[in-house]
Design a protein around this ligand. Structure first.
Ligand SMILES: Cc1cc2nc3c(=O)[nH]c(=O)nc-3n(C[C@H](O)[C@H](O)[C@H](O)COP(=O)(O)O)c2cc1C
Length: 193
């Protein structure tokens, strides 16, 4: 494609629409996402920029047993905090999520390295989400209490001394795509002379 051509600009606009159009999805169709697509999205995730190329991430695709145990755990945690009725509502809504991926980041003794590793893992999650979005698959990054709970670590076989959870990512074909807004560019951009 010729640089700066109309086709080039159109392709760039479409790329921008994918970036800007991705939304956090709460409600999904009861449809499984093909495993091959999910694996491709995880592979794309690993191409995130990563200082020193430490590749600090681990991707844990959760199967039905891990999901069922996680749903039981969230019911237990929520019941203790907010009562049985709300716990049941939350557990039911979690049980409806079609796809589950947990992303971890290695711990590091050097705080700067750990911060940069976390940044790289966050970019990896974004790569994963955008790759899926382009394929019509939505996702939601959650970092609720459960992602720091030792019982969750046990379910997933995570060694808390070696790694921490960056996020649990639900994914699936969207049933509802919500609206979002952002501040105007002028509010967040400083252009120095
Ligand atoms: C690090 C991180 C953690 C998040 N954790 C949660 C969460 O625990 N619960 C939640 O509802 N959304 C969570 N989100 C999603 C944001 O709420 C969502 O991105 C925001 O509302 C903007 O919506 P959009 O993604 O559709 O642009 C998280 C996002 C990030 C980047």
């Amino acid at each position: 494609m010729e640089r700066g051509s109309a086709a080039d600009r159109q392709s760039l606009r479409e790329f921008g629409e994918v970036l800007k159009g991705r939304r956090t999805i709460n409600l999904y169709l009861d449809l499984e996402v093909p495993r091959e697509l999910v694996r491709d999205a995880i592979e794309a995730a690993t191409w995130a920029p990563n200082h020193h190329v430490t590749e600090p991430w681990r991707f844990i695709l959760m199967g039905s047993d891990a999901v069922a145990r996680t749903v039981d755990l969230v019911r237990e945690i929520t019941a203790a905090k907010k009562g049985a009725e709300f716990a049941e509502f939350k557990a039911k809504s979690w049980a409806e999520k079609p796809g589950w991926l947990t992303v971890t980041c290695r711990h590091s003794e050097d705080p700067l390295l750990e911060r940069e590793d976390y940044a790289a893992c966050s970019v990896a999650v974004q790569n994963f989400m955008l790759y899926l979005w382009k394929a019509g698959v939505g996702s939601k990054w959650t970092s609720g209490d459960i992602t720091r709970d030792p019982r969750f670590f046990e379910i997933l076989g995570i060694d808390a001394a070696a790694e921490f959870v960056v996020g649990m990512i639900w994914f699936g074909y969207p049933r509802v795509t919500p609206q979002q807004s952002r501040k105007p560019l002028a509010d967040v951009l400083t252009e120095l002379p």
